[in-house]
Design a protein around this ligand. Structure first.
Ligand SMILES: *Cc1c(COP(=O)(O)O)cnc(C)c1O
Length: 364
């Protein structure tokens, strides 16, 4: 990370670190965006200049993820939490859906969906504090399920689906908030993908939804607010109402940054290299240990513990004093968690591991 700005190594799970180059571009554009005489914040979302910003963002995202033409890309608001409601409201036709519960976010989505239909929990890893991804190769999929739901990367517990569940022909819906754009994905395997951008892509307030066209539902229940209809947003190219305009602009800069870097194959390579440095250290450390089963490990969120609450506290405190911040684990699991999203440079992980080695020597 650029020493120029005196920035810390920020391991926050979200809102999280953004690429310095992106922040620099935003700074340079701040007062006068491309000779428009104003900042992007002050611009009409119906203006030609803004139209180009949002269209280019969509085009670049389509290129990065290789999104087929029969999928719509939507920029919405309301956080991932609103998707916990929008997904069942828009996708339930038979009124039945199957959920795989691998962590707190999946559980919240599962509970929320129950307001709208018969929602089955077809697999879970709650028996071992969500420290693994269950075998989903032959689940009891409901014959009339409208979709199967997963949270692909479990931000809090640090697990990731490395193999998608066998949905037996049912539509797959994925919450990709914390692994979005971290590696290539085959969009055609999904009916709907959503992601809150504040983990890996931009500032809080933007929600990206990628939805297969045939799932746009014209026949929503009468009580459904217009704003919760995917079809309304799709028909209006995400401009039904004022979109989170500045946030979308920053996402667009991140897409350009990713393209310049070499796309998602390259990003994956870097992310694997980065995560390996930390996991290799955890596997040999005498003080720290990872909390997740090896074959379920996330490339993005790495939880670890010392096994001693006082020692954890001491580590978090000393790390902070040395410029490694936001390493405290989620309040529901304790210990530590290093989120090493796309924008965390390899150098940040190398230095963290050096610091952990030193701490270990001093405290064992
Ligand atoms: C952070 C997160 C959420 C919640 O996002 P909000 O934008 O706060 O609603 C949901 N799912 C996953 C996987 C997350 O990481």
């Amino acid at each position: 990370m650029s020493q120029k700005y005196n920035r810390v190594y920020n391991f926050s799970a979200g809102p999280a670190v953004l690429p310095v180059e992106v922040l620099e571009s935003a700074r340079d554009d701040m007062l006068n965006y491309h000779n428009s005489g104003m900042s992007v914040m002050e611009m009409s979302h119906r203006s030609k200049t803004y139209d180009e910003i949002i269209k280019t963002a969509e085009k670049d995202l389509r290129e990065l993820m290789n999104i087929p033409d029969n999928y719509k890309v939507l920029f919405l608001q309301g956080g991932a939490h609103l998707q916990f409601s929008m997904v069942p409201i828009n996708l339930l036709k038979n009124g039945v859906a199957d959920y795989i519960v691998t962590g707190q976010w999946a559980k919240k989505a599962y509970v929320e969906a129950q307001k709208y239909g018969k929602i089955n929990k077809i697999a879970t890893s709650e028996d071992k504090t969500f420290s693994y991804i269950p075998d989903c190769s032959d689940l009891d999929i409901s014959p009339d399920a409208d979709y199967v739901y997963i949270c692909e990367n479990n931000t809090i517990y640090g697990t990731k689906f490395h193999t998608l569940p066998n949905t037996k022909g049912k539509i797959l819906v994925s919450d990709m908030s914390s692994c979005f754009l971290s590696e290539p994905v085959d969009v055609t395997k999904y009916g709907l993908i959503f992601a809150g951008v504040q983990k890996n892509v931009g500032p809080a307030g933007v929600q990206i939804v990628i939805i297969r066209e045939d799932l746009l539902n014209d026949n929503l229940p009468k009580w459904c607010p217009t704003m919760l209809s995917y079809k309304i947003h799709a028909d209006n190219d995400s401009l039904y109402n004022t979109p989170p305009a500045y946030g979308i602009y920053i996402c667009g800069l991140v897409f350009k940054w990713l393209k310049k870097l070499g796309g998602l194959e390259k990003m994956k390579e870097i992310n694997e290299k980065k995560a390996k440095i930390l996991y290799d250290f955890l596997d040999k450390s005498k003080l720290f240990k990872g909390t997740v089963e090896k074959n379920s490990r996330s490339l993005m969120n790495v939880p670890f513990v010392t096994g001693n609450d006082e020692m954890d506290k001491k580590f978090i405190e000393e790390a902070k004093n040395n410029g490694f911040v936001q390493l405290k684990g989620h309040r529901t699991v304790g210990g530590m968690r290093a989120s090493i999203y796309n924008a965390m440079p390899i150098e940040g992980v190398v230095k963290l591991v050096e610091f952990m080695e030193k701490f270990e020597k001093e405290n064992i």
